[in-house]
Design a protein around this ligand. Structure first.
Ligand code: ADP
Ligand code: MG
Length: 209
């Protein structure tokens, strides 16, 4: 169980996300096929594979690891989710200490900065049926439970992300490609919210929660 979010844990987080995304790529593509263009799984698979390819070139800080990850996502993914996840990782990285690792409280604050970046870039609020619906409650849950330590906070964040993603099913999409469907987007899980739940589950996995 980790008590500090350091460069090694950050690298492991990116590696585990890449593995889980690859395992779930078909499923994420099917979710996107229902209310979008079907490329979400492929987009993230390509993006996180590119991010893993950058890991060895990063050095001692979690901040540097996740900055490189964000850059790789922005360069490798053409769809909306590339710049959005890229911004998430870059903004949260910049909120981390310049050297070494971060405490649970510091990571909790950084996750909130990351999601603020996603909201600023994409203009989505909670309830618009996007990744924001998973990332916002995840950051809040992490920050609220940070005093219980990194593993407990990461588990709380993963559970909140999962609940937030599941709650997108009845919603009508108001941002992104799915919004073109209007009421026909109702009754489907948002693919970006589903992938965000997976990103937070990977964090819980690597910190030992
Ligand atoms: P594209 O929509 O370009 O095909 P993806 O399929 O990879 O890109 O990603 C779709 C996901 O991106 C959606 O399910 C949604 O969660 C997220 N998304 C799209 N637009 C926005 C936005 N403006 N703000 C936040 N998230 C968004
Ligand atoms: Mg798509």
């Amino acid at each position: 169980m980790a008590d500090e979010f350091d460069a090694g844990i950050a690298r492991e987080w990116v590696r585990v996300i890449a593995v889980r995304v690859s395992e779930q790529a078909t499923y994420l593509g099917e979710l996107d096929g229902a209310i979008g263009d079907g490329d979400h799984g492929g987009n993230l698979d390509r993006g996180f594979a590119a991010a893993v390819g950058k890991l060895d070139r990063t050095t001692d800080s979690a901040r540097e690891v996740l900055t490189a990850t964000g850059g790789a996502l922005i360069s490798a993914v053409g769809g909306a989710s590339g710049p959005l996840y890229g911004t998430y990782f870059r903004k949260l990285a910049r909120a981390l200490p310049e050297h070494g690792g971060a405490s649970a409280a510091e990571l909790g604050a950084a996750l909130q900065v990351g999601v603020d970046g996603v909201r600023a870039l994409g203009g989505a609020a909670e309830g618009d049926k996007t990744m924001v619906d998973a990332l916002v409650p995840a950051a809040a849950a992490f920050a609220e439970t940070a005093t219980d330590g990194l593993p407990a906070a990461a588990v709380a964040a993963a559970e909140a992300a999962r609940r937030g993603a599941d709650a997108t099913v009845p919603l009508r999409a108001r941002k992104g490609r799915a919004s073109y469907l209007g009421e026909r987007s109702e009754g489907h899980l948002d693919p970006g919210a589903a992938s965000s739940a997976l990103v937070l589950a990977a964090l819980a996995e690597v910190v030992g929660g």
